[in-house]
Ligand binder design. Structure first.
Ligand code: COA
Ligand code: AMP
Ligand code: ZN
Length: 432
């Protein structure tokens, strides 16, 4: 069943008892993973060394680089024949990251998402529309299976095609919508153009927003525009996808499901735990994953654990909204992008110099990326040649990062030079 009242309202001692049992079982299971077996041997560690929750700190961190180094299946703790799905990050420059799932993992994932949606009042009878990309984006299938598990009528609209998206909302009586915050603004703008008043002409009452950082002001603005309650949803592909942490109706921090994850917040430089309530990097250990458990995974997301109890009665810790990243990952249109992916492509063009600037901007409620890149000394003013060069660069970058940039070729020396480390990314997006 989707209602996990006994799991949601466990006391702290009950949560911690369950966590220790699951942690010990997870660590034992990880010895089936060639990667973890080697890691433990190299560190003279054995699963028997994990006697308390604090012993977790004896285990080294797992990083995105570890996932890349063991591409595609080297971290798995089960044979491939037991897996029924994989999700992969975008990109071909360097190894993408791959996450494997067994059938049981997929069921647990659906249950976790259903628990989140149930927590904010969604029930069978609601119509749930999902504007995430499907395929490899975990926001697609993740919410799809979770919403179905809860028993709602689901509309797998997928990303884009905003007018059709709005027609679905009005015609199918959509009551709950999953959209990233920047896309929620785009939807409102197109509704206005179409003469649709979301408060009067739709049945929308709940929005699930996440996948990119956003402010409290942005949330309130979305709520006001669309006449809904909007709940922050946090997840990441390495932890399955959505369903990791979610706001309850108090809208005051995201409960992280501690029967699924152990939370640590560490200083990203020293990797030591920060003081209680302070901001640091979120580190997560999975507690019920079969195909690919991850121990002490450095998420690179910056947040803190909110102090105090939540009035809703759940004792699972609450994360503050994400404050940023401890690496240079950009999230644009719900897609994760590393500047190095763009740089690698640019470097392949002999016509270009090594200087470029990525600008992120909000134009007409659309978030966009412009890449200004300097031509090398062989500058030409042959418009046709420059146009076809820009087109080819655009195509290759789109293939790599999935979003379409505007590429502008500029003459050598025209980009501002900064002292020391060059500023490669300027983020001018409106956050509300
Ligand atoms: N969700 C839904 N629709 C989105 C979107 C998002 N995150 N980002 C952009 N779109 C819409 C645009 O509004 C546009 O539709 P419209 O012109 O009818 O309004 C359409 O998608 C194409 O966007 P555009 O910006 O022109 O194209 P692009 O090539 O740069 O972007 C996308 C390509 C949209 C396919 C890509 O950004 C994408 O798949 N985003 C979704 C990512 C996602 O779902 N992440 C997981 C969330 S949990
Ligand atoms: P992905 O693996 O594509 O699902 O992307 C996961 C990343 O998206 C996380 O590590 C965060 O950086 C970001 N993210 C997901 N949910 C949120 C959220 N609610 N607020 C801010 N950032 C988020
Ligand atoms: Zn709560």
């Amino acid at each position: 069943m989707y209602l996990h009242k006994e799991l949601e309202t466990m006391s702290r001692p009950e949560i911690e008892k369950l966590q220790l049992e699951r942690l010990q079982a997870t660590v034992k299971h990880c010895m089936n993973s060639p990667f973890y077996k080697k890691r433990f041997e190299e560190n003279n560690l054995s699963p028997d060394d994990i006697k308390t929750l604090d012993d977790l700190r004896k285990i080294p961190f797992t990083t995105k680089q570890d996932l890349r180094d063991t591409y595609p299946f080297g971290i798995a703790s089960v044979p491939l024949e037991k897996c029924t799905r994989l999700h992969s990050s975008s990109g071909t420059t360097g190894n993408p990251t791959v996450i494997l799932h067994t059938e049981k993992d997929l069921q647990e994932w659906a249950k976790a998402v259903a628990r989140c949606l149930h927590m904010v009042g969604l029930r069978p009878g609601d119509v749930f529309q999902n504007s995430s990309g499907y395929g490899m984006f975990t926001g697609g299938l993740g919410f799809q299976y979770g919403a179905e598990h809860l028993g709602m009528l689901t509309v797998p609209a997928a990303a884009g095609n905003t007018k059709r998206q709005i027609k679905f909302i009005t015609d199918f009586g959509t009551t709950a919508l999953h959209a990233i915050p920047s896309y929620a603004s785009r939807l409102y703008e197109v509704m206005e153009e179409m003469g649709i008043d979301p408060r009067k002409d739709t049945k929308l009452k709940t929005l699930v927003i996440g996948a990119e950082p956003h402010s409290e002001e942005q949330r309130r603005r979305i709520e006001e525009m669309l006449g809904v309650k909007a709940y922050n949803s946090f997840g990441m592909s390495e932890m399955c996808g959505p369903g990791v942490a979610f706001e309850c109706t108090e809208q005051n921090g995201l409960h992280i499901w501690e029967d699924y994850y152990i939370v640590e917040i560490v200083d990203p430089d020293t990797l030591e735990p920060v003081a209680e309530g302070e901001v640091g990097e979120l580190v997560l250990t999975t507690l019920n994953r079969e195909a690919m458990p991850l121990l002490r995974y450095r998420t690179r997301d910056l947040t803190r654990v909110l102090p105090g109890e939540c009035p809703c009665g759940r004792h699972h810790k609450r994360l503050d909204r994400m404050k940023g990243r401890s690496d240079d990952m950009i999230i644009l249109k719900g897609v994760n992008i590393f500047p190095i992916q763009i740089e690698t492509i640019l470097l392949q063009f002999k016509e270009l110099s090594t200087d470029y600037l990525i600008t992120l901007e909000t134009k007409d409620s659309n978030d966009d990326m412009t890449i200004d890149v300097e031509l090398n000394d062989m500058f030409t003013d042959d418009y046709g040649r420059l146009q076809s060069l820009a087109k080819e660069i655009t195509r290759q970058i789109k293939d790599e990062i999935l979003v379409t940039p505007h590429v502008r070729l500029v003459s050598k020396g025209s980009l501002p030079k900064s002292e020391g480390k060059a500023v490669r990314v300027k983020d001018l997006r409106k956050t509300f």
